[in-house]
Design a protein around this ligand. Structure first.
Ligand code: FAD
Length: 407
């Protein structure tokens, strides 16, 4: 039976970056990925903070070479209100721009880059069960021919995203505090001609009659775009017809999107994801840790998923490298607590978005410019920068700010 130091489940962003960091530190790591790349994944708008993790792993060139759509900010729209954040004006140091990416291509680039640095990735190999064997785990994997084989590993990193392999197998699933929300989305040919439209920014617009319902428009560099809508299930249930009919009706109800997309073509079927929020009892345990979406997933509104996936990969790699060098490590203080710091910052922002406090802040025109730069920092992914007062006491400061913006 093959013996490993670390087995990583999944070759998405967290698996690719983590395996590269571990392999570079001479740790015996293997990635098993159940699909064959390129494959579709949702999560196409990156945040500037994510670039520093790519840089650190020596993977930035692979992404820069991808000719992806440059991204420098976000635009929010609600009825006649419009608010623009330029990420280069953020409070925190670090990259101020990033990309909007078709994930099929982006994830393949990262995985190929990992392989080019020496990482082994086995595609169409699916982890199906795990059992303890003393200090090691025996993992059963189904290969591309449907045959099972076993691997012994000292440590498992679950980077399986919405596959949530270890949460399911080890009974770690916990109900998310967020209510169920669903999403309808597809790739379109946007044909946008409006001169005031900025392809370098994600557009988040809010339904005119229901401020809990929002849309994303993520343009790509080839004239196509990702278009999506997020709402609670009862909102979608009030429409009839096919997914495509419901999608079109929802788009036509948001006047600025309707105008922007009046020449758009919709050649692709509409996809749906239901109840995407997820949580776990613990992010780590006896010889395992959960990366990215395999741990907690909040909500897509601030495009934080890939950044959190990268941050988790970086923290986990740092700990395993430290351990490999013979040092004691503590997954609670070196992984779960620091990771949660930024996740909790985003969590407060997501809650405040849906109850309206953050929308008041975003559309308030007279916000002090230094405060706006601090909010901008978090929207750019710098949710772990404890020098930012809105990271340190997020809830309290946001409440004060929302009161000012409301009055
Ligand atoms: P993934 O990218 O999901 O990769 C996991 C991999 O594991 C997959 O390739 C899968 O095939 C493999 N796998 C699964 N099970 C097994 C198994 N048993 N054995 C082997 N391999 C397995 N994030 C952003 O940053 N920006 C956005 O704009 C954004 N928009 C989103 C919109 C919606 C509607 C949703 C729901 C999410 C969005 N996200 C966004 C979040 C983003 O999709 C995820 O956070 C991100 O993909 C997580 O990366 P990951 O590496 O954890 O997992």
């Amino acid at each position: 039976m093959q013996m490993l130091d670390v087995l990583i489940i999944g070759a998405g962003p967290s698996g690719s970056i983590c395996s590269t960091l571990l392999h570079t530190a001479n740790i015996n790591v293997l990635v098993v990925e159940k699909q064959i790349f390129p494959r579709f994944s949702i999560g196409e708008s990156l945040l500037p903070q994510s670039m520093s993790f790519l840089e650190n792993a020596g993977m930035i060139q692979a992404v820069d070479d991808g000719c992806f759509q440059h991204k420098n900010g976000a635009v929010f729209k609600y009825k006649k209100q419009h608010s623009e954040f330029n990420f280069e004006e953020k409070f925190s140091p670090g990259p101020g721009t990033t990309y909007q990416v078709k994930r099929a291509d982006f994830d393949k680039r990262l995985a190929d880059c990992a392989e080019s640095k020496g990482v082994s990735i086995r595609y169409q190999h699916e982890v199906i069960s795990i059992e303890k064997d003393g200090d090691n785990s025996i993992v059963t994997i189904k290969d591309e021919k449907g045959d099972d084989y076993k691997i012994s590993t000292r440590f498992i990193l679950d980077a399986s995203g919405f596959g949530r392999v270890l949460p399911r197998l080890l009974d770690l699933e916990k109900q998310s505090n967020f209510p169920q929300r669903n999403s309808l989305f597809c790739h379109i040919e946007d044909n946008i001609q409006a001169v005031d439209y900025d392809r370098e920014k994600i557009l988040i617009s809010i339904h005119p009659e229901n401020t809990e319902v929002w849309y994303w428009l993520i343009p790509f560099s080839d004239g196509t775009a990702s278009l999506g809508i997020v709402a609670k299930p009862d909102f979608f249930e009030s429409y009839s017809g096919t997914k495509e009919d419901i999608f079109q009706q929802c788009i036509s109800e948001e006047p600025s999107l309707k105008r922007l997309l009046n020449n758009a073509k919709f050649p692709n079927p509409v996809n749906t994801i239901k109840g995407y929020s997820a949580d776990v009892e613990s992010l780590y345990g006896d010889n395992f840790a959960l990366l990215g979406n395999a741990g907690e997933f909040l909500d897509p509104v601030f495009s934080s998923g890939v950044t959190i996936a990268f941050k988790s990969a970086q923290l986990a790699a740092d700990i395993l490298i430290k351990k490999h060098k013979g040092n004691d490590v503590c997954w609670k203080t070196e992984y779960a607590i620091p990771l949660k710091k930024g996740v909790d910052t985003f969590k407060v922002f997501v809650e405040a978005w849906y109850d309206g406090r953050l929308q008041d802040v975003i559309f308030f025109e007279k916000t002090d410019s230094s405060v706006r730069r601090m909010i901008c920092s978090i929207l750019a992914g710098y949710a772990w920068d404890e020098n930012n007062p809105y990271v340190n006491k997020t809830e309290r400061r946001l409440n004060v700010l929302a009161e000012i913006c409301k009055s």
